[in-house]
Design a protein around this ligand. Structure first.
Ligand SMILES: [Zn+2]
Length: 337
């Protein structure tokens, strides 16, 4: 271990040399290397964790640079996958950290393998479909799961620990979020930094064996409208299919595998829900898309390339791509889970 590099962190009495050694032996998974994920990875790599595995399915775009701090204009020009661009930057920061970068969609099919040998999982995603999947696998395999979310100027974060705290599904039931995402209502960069930094603080406490100092709350705040709240963890929901009855619904094939390529039509169909509320979606998309509403469907044209056609029975056509991963990414960004 390079003592000079970590000298200020080892001077911090809760960590010391022993905590630094613990960090050097950790393997951490960060899913999603966008706004939250880039800040998380930056802190983790500088702090000297041993191994970092990062997974992201997207490419760097110009609209990312306002907040995704590991990327620059060259990455946009080269349309680099975020995982690859992040690894390049992070490796220049600390060559001692072993970084494994994967360009992939995270699904029930690969999540077992992705979490192999992982000590802690951090959520850098922008959607609840993936979060429920991470929550399920973490509770199944007894891995702590750090949840973080940010929209507009509002942030929310909690560290869930199997057998010690409730899980994400106990606190945020599927379908209970308001469908707002950074792609529909925007986001300011400082709010992102605060949430992701809080995620890393709790991770450092856990990984350096300082569990007595864990916050133990679901923290929510709004840095623009000046409020914050710490909700002490309630008891787990006795019917929770993740942490109580251990059914892990997100890990089952029947609830996933919902994308179908409609050949020759440059379209992917996603059928994730049983019903869609077209009026709510119309309100959600009205500022960023040109909308056409009929009694049978809602058509939302995002730009020259991408149009969503949304049916009340829960089907969504993503027009403008035949790539399932890209279609899923667009769905999560604009339609939400
Ligand atoms: Zn639960």
């Amino acid at each position: 271990m390079n003592r000079e590099r970590y000298s200020r962190q080892m001077l911090f009495s809760p960590i010391k040399e022993s905590g630094q050694e613990l960090l050097a032996n950790c393997t951490v998974l960060v899913v999603g290397v966008g706004a939250l994920g880039t800040v998380i990875c930056n802190h983790l790599v500088r702090s000297g964790i041993g191994r970092l595995r990062i997974v992201d399915r997207d490419y760097v775009e110009l609209s990312n640079l306002q907040r995704q701090m590991l990327f620059d204009e060259n990455d946009v020009r080269d349309a680099l996958p975020k995982a690859i661009a992040a690894k390049r930057k992070l490796s220049k920061t600390n060559r001692d950290v072993h970084i494994e970068a994967l360009v992939d969609n995270v699904t029930y099919e690969n999540i077992e393998e992705l979490t192999e040998g992982i000590d802690l999982v951090l959520d850098g995603t922008d959607n609840f479909t993936t979060r429920y999947l991470l929550n399920d696998i973490c509770f199944k395999k007894n891995i702590p799961f750090s949840y973080g979310g940010v929209v507009g100027s509002r942030g929310m974060t909690a560290l869930f620990i199997p057998n010690e705290t409730p899980c994400l599904r106990c606190i945020a039931k599927p379908g209970s979020d308001d469908g707002q995402t950074c792609d529909t209502v925007g986001v300011i960069s400082p709010a992102v930094d605060i949430v992701s930094s809080m995620q890393v603080v709790e991770a450092l406490k856990y990984l350096t064996n300082n569990k007595q100092n864990l916050r133990g709350t679901l923290k929510t705040f709004d840095v623009w409208f000046n409020n914050q709240y710490d909700m002490k963890f309630p008891k787990p929901d006795s019917n929770c299919p993740t942490c109580q009855t251990k059914e892990y619904p997100a890990l089952k094939k029947s609830l996933q595998d919902q994308e179908t390529v409609l050949c020759g039509r440059n379209t992917v169909q996603i059928h994730q829900k049983e019903k869609m509320e077209l009026t709510r979606l119309e309100n959600q998309l009205t500022n960023i898309a040109s909308i056409q509403r009929t009694p049978f469907l809602l058509k939302a044209r995002i730009n020259e390339d991408i149009t969503f056609v949304i049916f009340p029975d829960g089907r969504v056509l993503v027009q403008g791509t035949e790539d399932k991963i890209n279609a899923r990414s667009l769905y999560d960004r604009y339609i939400g889970s």
